[in-house]
Design a protein around this ligand. Structure first.
Ligand code: GLN
Length: 490
């Protein structure tokens, strides 16, 4: 079995990790590393970061793990990348991911699957057990777990930072929607996409988060300064409950719907243990109900696929994307042929499936029954959360909240430990398990639909000895509260 029970103490030789784990697809040598000559007092000085390959970097290709962008190099850095380098961080390379962020296991990648470092022997680099690193930010999580970097940026549309963090035994934060700039981040589903941070401890996640959580006028969905201030005012009086290790007065909600039948029993035990620890420090545990949760997964896949079908229309081999010419003698109108060939060969199967699903959901016949219905479910999910939190939602027109509501929610991050990778050709035989893969997101999508901050923190081990994560979820704008509670748990 694995040689190390604590992934944060992994020390890999770079060579072994690069090849075996397949986490970093384009690396910079340290001389060429993308950092400004920053003073040693810069707040991120000395911090090495990997950047998910759907975030634009001008020094390295940005492929989104897709054949259609295999030759793409962005002429600019995403705002998050500029902020990192301006503050002294070193960018070590681009992290493997599921194509355009679509997936839960990092098997849908033109660069091949990412192997979870937890199953790799430290000394020899031998893969003892070949399991998924989770997706879609699997390369980011694996690079952090394998000590190839101190932190990594991922993106989280429906769980893509939290799920790999849970499988790899690291910390992963999806901030409140709109808090971190998406300018220069390749869109999957704009109304859900968030840039997230992964690291081996909460302290490092906070260091990076605090640098990135600034208003950016180039991102039209960025939360304006006024809303940020309002959220921090609404939150101020609640901080007294998380002073150091004491949690006196903190109310932690345990949502009953987050223990579905699909949940592995061995995942529940460590979650119970953590809840007991929180209680021992003075927190009150409150059973709560979020009744619309069972509809979240279907609503998420309809909305995210609809937005993706629109976003990905630009990769047509004419405006964007590696062009594939049709064979000689093809009889259709030439442009339609270029378009069809480029998209059929450039996109992987999973991305094609999402675009078809999304286009169908937006078609006249299906719009009312699928797309609008999913938007209604999204509203119900948001209302569920607003009913249980004692911190009012700063985005509401007249914020109010129940005084006896909870400060945060706590639940398992995933229904199981990291699933096994099947073979060298994981992506092709994954088709039969598409629904299984979608099910992995059942715990993470509600916070995405509601735009809430959510963080997965290592919570111990399942019956098989592999890492499991627990998630802390807060009201919109309560990112710092979520991190403080996470810090007590880790
Ligand atoms: N696994 C989900 C999906 O496939 C979430 C992906 C993400 O958060 N980018 O859509």
């Amino acid at each position: 079995r694995t040689s190390c029970s604590n992934p944060s103490s992994f020390v890999f030789s770079r060579k072994v990790s690069f090849q075996t784990v397949n986490a970093v697809i384009n690396a910079l040598t340290s001389q060429a590393a993308s950092s400004l000559p920053a003073a040693s007092t810069s707040s991120l000085h000395g911090l090495r970061l990997a950047i998910k390959d759907n975030i634009c970097t001008k020094n390295l290709p940005t492929t989104c793990s897709s054949k259609i962008l295999e030759n793409f190099k962005s002429p600019f850095d995403a705002t998050v990348v500029s902020l990192l380098t301006a503050n002294g961080a070193e960018i070590v390379g681009k992290a493997n991911c599921d194509e355009f962020g679509m997936g839960s296991l990092n098997i849908h990648s033109a660069h091949g699957p990412v192997v979870n470092p937890f199953g790799v022997k430290v000394a020899s680099g031998e893969v003892v057990e070949r399991r998924s690193a989770g997706g879609s930010s699997g390369g980011s999580a694996a690079a952090v777990a394998a000590n190839l970097c101190d932190a990594a940026l991922g993106t989280d549309t429906g769980g893509s930072v939290r799920l790999p963090a849970s499988y790899c035994g690291v910390v992963g934060l999806k901030p409140s929607y709109g808090i971190i700039s998406r300018w220069g981040v390749v869109s999957f589903a704009d109304s859900l996409d968030c840039v997230g941070v992964l690291a081996r401890d909460v302290r490092t996640v906070r260091r990076v988060h605090d640098i990135l959580a600034v208003y950016d006028s180039r991102d039209p969905t960025a939360a304006p300064s006024g809303v940020r201030e309002k959220a921090s005012q609404l939150l101020t009086s609640h901080f007294e409950h998380v002073q150091g290790d004491s949690l006196n007065g903190l109310r932690v909600g345990v949502p009953q719907e987050y223990f579905p039948t699909e949940l592995q029993q061995s995942v529940v035990t460590p979650v119970r243990r953590i809840l007991e620890q929180l209680r021992a420090r003075g927190a009150t545990l409150v059973p709560v109900s979020l009744p619309s949760t069972p509809y979240a997964l279907s609503a998420y896949y309809v909305i995210s696929s609809a937005e993706a079908s629109s976003n990905l229309a630009r990769y047509d081999g004419i405006e964007y994307g590696t062009r594939v010419e049709p064979p000689p003698g093809a009889d259709l109108v030439k442009t339609a042929n270029v378009y069809a060939h480029t998209r059929s060969l450039g996109f992987g199967k999973e991305v094609q499936r999402r675009m078809l699903l999304g286009t169908y959901a937006l078609s006249a016949d299906a719009f009312e029954n699928y797309f609008l219905q999913a938007q209604r479910v999204r509203k119900l999910i948001k209302a569920d959360f607003d009913r249980v939190f004692c911190v009012p939602n700063a985005l509401a027109s007249s914020p109010s909240a129940p005084a006896d509501g909870v400060h945060v929610l706590l639940h398992p991050s995933a229904i199981e430990t990291a699933p096994k990778l099947r073979g060298p050709d994981d992506a092709t035989d994954a088709q039969s398990s598409t629904l299984d893969a979608y099910l992995q997101d059942v715990m993470t999508v509600p916070a995405s639909l509601a735009g809430l901050p959510a963080m997965s923190v290592p919570g111990g081990q399942g019956a098989d000895g592999w890492p499991i994560g627990v998630s802390v979820v807060g009201q919109w704008g309560c990112d710092e509260l979520v991190m403080r509670v996470g810090e007590v748990i880790e």
